[in-house]
Design a protein around this ligand. Structure first.
Ligand code: GDP
Ligand code: MG
Ligand code: ZN
Length: 320
């Protein structure tokens, strides 16, 4: 059953573009001039995410949508752990992660730690934006933010509704490809709209082109900021978990635990009940925050659970 044009190869030459939104097989691609072109993926083997660099063209003259024929190798990717224990790429080619928290919904600092660990594992910079700052800080938030600042994590207090702070955030986004992550309702989309007022219209246009048409953020969308930098808004996730490395490497997601671990008696110390553990000693002495240590223990438990459920993931086993 010969389809028209089925045997035709990709048109030459292909143009370079960047995937700014992806929804199933339907994409929005931005070309070098900043034009957005609705595209489809060629063939079943390609799978694109927001931030992917693509090579595209029009399969037939006069067609209203383009076709992506090729995706270039990804540099940094933000991934999440699926129910089935697999790593799923959320966005590609980002350089910075912005964990957004707010007085409401009540911050889940364990989720913040999981995002920070994910950023460390994928080798990108991370910062915390405390949004809705005009509502004031809920109990415990100041201590948490000070704790992160002491670890060298930049924390910006800002508001999508009031001026102070948004300039600080804009300055930190300049020259970076950043993704806004965090609990649903923290104000990610509102921050994007405050930083790029045209984003609302662009988001609606993209939703229409990639069907849906809903107002809540259902998939990641990349926007260029007039103040400099690219910003990706992502849907809120109730319970983000990163693909954890092997149990022994989990500490590398926690800068202060990694630092203290050099003093442990055993090189393969997991920092649980081992004698001579410098990490436990630092927690007992208050030099490492107990809540951060609890975060570490939860991710360590997840790593061990995954090693049980998926023995092929164990270090030394052939991957996947
Ligand atoms: N008071 C206040 N409300 C905000 C602020 N930013 C966002 N909101 C509100 O918080 C709710 C969730 O915002 P939204 O941007 O959709 O959150 P998202 O799920 O993280 O994208 C909306 O009702 C916003 O109007 C802020 O800086 N101050
Ligand atoms: Mg949103
Ligand atoms: Zn130890």
């Amino acid at each position: 059953m010969a389809r028209r044009g089925a045997t035709a190869g990709p048109p030459a030459p292909l143009a370079a573009g960047r995937v700014v939104a992806s929804h199933g097989r339907q994409l929005m691609v931005e070309d070098g001039a900043g034009r957005r072109i609705a595209c489809r993926l060629h063939g079943r083997r390609l799978a694109a995410v927001c931030g992917d660099e693509a090579r595209w063209g029009y399969a037939h003259a006069g067609e209203s949508y383009g076709t992506v024929y090729e995706l270039l190798p990804r540099r940094h990717t933000l991934e999440r752990l699926t129910q089935g224990g697999r790593a799923e790429v959320v966005v590609a080619n980002l350089t910075q992660l912005v964990a957004v928290v707010a007085p409401l919904p009540v911050p889940d600092w364990f989720v913040v730690d999981r995002y920070l660990a994910a950023a460390a594992w994928c080798g990108i910079h991370a910062l915390i934006a405390f949004n809705k700052a005009e509502l004031g800080l809920p109990p415990g938030a100041a201590a948490e933010l000070d704790g992160y600042a002491a670890l060298g994590v930049a924390t910006v207090r800002c508001s999508a509704r009031a001026a102070p702070g948004i300039e600080d955030l804009a300055a930190r986004l300049r020259g970076a490809v950043s993704v806004l992550v965090g609990q649903s309702g923290a104000g990610k989309s509102s921050l994007l709209n405050a930083l790029a007022p045209e984003a609302r219209a662009v988001t609606q246009e993209i939703s229409a082109a990639t069907e849906e048409g809903r107002h809540t953020t259902t998939h990641a969308v990349l926007h260029r900021l007039a103040s400099g930098g690219d910003l990706i808004d992502s849907p809120g996730v109730r319970d983000y978990a990163p693909p954890v490395p092997a149990a022994r490497a989990v500490a590398s997601g926690f800068v202060e635990i990694q630092g203290a671990a050099a003093g442990c008696r055993f090189q393969d110390c997991l920092h649980l009940q081992e004698p001579g553990c410098a990490v436990r000693a630092a927690v007992d002495a208050g030099a490492i925050r107990a809540r951060r240590y609890e975060s570490f223990r939860r991710l360590l438990a997840l790593a061990r659970e995954l090693e049980q459920r998926f023995p092929e993931r164990r270090p030394g086993s052939p991957r996947r």
